[in-house]
Ligand binder design. Structure first.
Ligand code: FE
Length: 231
């Protein structure tokens, strides 16, 4: 029969047009977007055995904290510190230092601290101070710089002096000479500070009770407080 070639051709044509079986993923599976690998977490390096711990150092000017001392807010009535005679034993251009202690200097260790204030009782940051005094036996060093030193008050207007309690010399009660100013280039107050209970205070012709320090024993240290008030 002649119909067979036609049926055969029709069969081939239908087979060719049939949809092919989808063997890939189902159509409803969302295409997974490529995801970037998470960045590695930054981890601090493990401390090396024996490495020193890093700590924030105290401010360089905080000698009070280093000595375990606190300084109360200033007590001040605005009265200017009286000037006092300079005397014959001043030496300029002294070393910049907060401690005048050196081996072999006789005398009881003493810390002298306080504020430099203006007439409104406001601290003067970075005020300039220059100290000179005798050792515990009443002797000045007029050749060198022993027991002489200048410094700047800290950012809170506080000064800090480590020294010895001065001795007496003929005609004078124990005292420390001081020059104080907002800066070395500005008007300088020249004065002296004194110590309570020194018997010679009563016979010293220069002594001024307004310039007496206040004593305290703190951490087994003799501590003298005095606030300078300058224009
Ligand atoms: Fe003197």
């Amino acid at each position: 029969m002649k119909i067979y070639p036609y049926l055969l051709a029709l069969l081939i044509l239908l087979t060719a047009c049939a949809p092919s079986v989808e063997t890939s993923r189902p159509a409803d599976t969302p295409t997974a977007a490529p995801t970037a690998a998470p960045p590695p977490q930054a981890t601090p390096p493990a401390p090396q055995p024996g490495a020193p711990e890093t700590q924030t150092p105290p401010p360089a000017d905080d000698l009070f904290a280093a000595a375990g001392l606190t300084l109360e807010p200033p007590i001040c009535n605005g009265a200017l510190t009286p000037s006092q005679a300079q005397g014959p034993f001043y030496t300029p251009n002294t070393p910049q230092r907060n401690s005048l202690l050196e081996p072999g200097i006789p005398g009881q260790r003493m810390i002298v601290i306080g504020y430099v204030l203006d007439a409104n009782c406001q601290p003067i940051p970075n005020a300039w101070l220059d100290f000179w005094q005798t050792d515990g036996e009443g002797r000045y060093d007029n050749q060198g710089f022993k027991l002489r030193g200048q410094q700047l008050a800290d950012s809170q207007g506080r000064y800090y002096l480590e020294t010895v309690y001065p001795g007496e010399y003929p005609g004078r009660t124990p005292h420390i000479h001081v020059k104080v100013a907002r800066s070395p280039a500005e008007k300088v107050l020249t004065t002296q500070i004194y110590f309570p209970n020194a018997a010679s205070n009563q016979t010293d012709g220069i002594f001024n009770p307004q310039n007496l320090v206040t004593f305290d024993i703190r951490n087994d240290m003799l501590v003298a407080y005095f606030n300078f008030v300058i224009p």
